[in-house]
Design a protein around this ligand. Structure first.
Ligand code: OGA
Ligand code: MN
Length: 289
């Protein structure tokens, strides 16, 4: 049967919406198109889905083995029997405990779990409940961010590694098992190259992780802060950013090396509930295993 798959670019530089396919019955040919689109667009949107936990995990697994979700801010895993699923939600259970992570405030620009040596190369976020206002999620393209940098900074960055903080999550909450720390020089985290090359396309991509507690190896704290501030001023330019206004049944996927993402705050008295999976990468960002 002829494929009905359609690809629509979401912005000039980042993101594509895929429509006309049933994710539960994808042909190998359609999946190959989806994967190739992901490699060049770095973000994918599917709309109008009705996925169970099994369906979300099964579709996510087509992109590779899944990482286990991080522990939630309450110290628990999110969904019994599904260690791969992370819940992003401000909803509370009947004992007043959050059923997910990240609350209702802003989630600042970041890439998922890059405090690890070998972070997940992609994440998929599926919307089950969405507030009437606020809570949009933005993706910015890091190949475009690299291109926006002045040439002298590009040249300098080739030699440098940046520490990706392991203290705070993007909502500003302290991660499970670590204590609050605000000195970038000795906060826990992992150094990664500041420029990656995309494994499929070879494009150079700026790799920042997140701003808080970031630190450029070998520099004084003051020099590191000054250079980071300058680099970050090119990181998420509006022309390199896609802003996603959610509808229930949307699945948004991003490449964690080729994009960063953030979330707008929303009214804490409204309910927002999404489920996330994260795809394992085969190599660490520096190319080692
Ligand atoms: C995430 C994340 C933002 C959002 O799931 O990794 O950053 O829109 N979510 O809730
Ligand atoms: Mn995230």
């Amino acid at each position: 049967m002829e494929s009905k798959l359609e690809v629509r670019h979401l912005t000039e530089r980042v993101g594509a919406e895929i429509s006309g396919v049933d994710l539960a019955r994808l042909s190998d040919e359609d999946f190959a198109t989806i994967r190739a689109t992901f490699e060049t667009r770095h973000g994918l949107l599917f709309r109008g889905l009705d996925l169970t936990d099994d369906g979300l995990v099964a579709f996510s697994r087509r992109f590779g083995a899944l990482d286990h979700a991080p522990l939630m801010e309450t110290g628990r895993t999110a969904v019994d029997g599904y260690p791969e699923i992370y819940i992003v939600s401000n909803v509370k259970d009947d004992q007043g405990r959050a059923i997910g992570s990240l609350g209702s405030g802003e989630a600042v620009w970041h890439t998922d779990m890059s405090y690890l040596e070998n972070p997940p190369y992609a994440s998929a976020l599926y919307a089950l409940e969405i507030p009437p206002n606020g809570g949009a999620t933005s993706l910015c393209g890091m190949a475009a961010a690299y291109q926006a940098l002045p040439e002298p900074i590009q040249a300098r960055l080739k030699e440098l590694r940046i520490k990706h903080d392991g203290t705070y999550n993007s909502g500003g909450y302290v991660r499970q098992g670590v204590s609050e720390a605000d000195n970038p020089v000795d906060a826990v985290g992992t150094f990664h190259p500041s420029v990656l090359s995309h494994p499929a396309t070879g494009e150079p991509m700026l790799y920042l992780g997140r701003r808080r507690n970031a630190y450029i190896e070998g520099l004084s704290l003051a020099d590191s802060e000054a250079l980071l501030d300058e680099i970050w001023s090119y990181a998420a330019l509006p022309e390199n950013t896609y802003v996603h206004e959610w509808q229930i049944g949307d699945l948004l996927m991003w490449d964690n090396r080729a994009t960063m993402h953030r979330r707008d705050p929303f009214d804490a008295s409204e309910r927002r509930l999404l489920k996330r999976t994260q795809m394992q990468s085969i190599t660490a960002p520096d190319g080692s295993n």
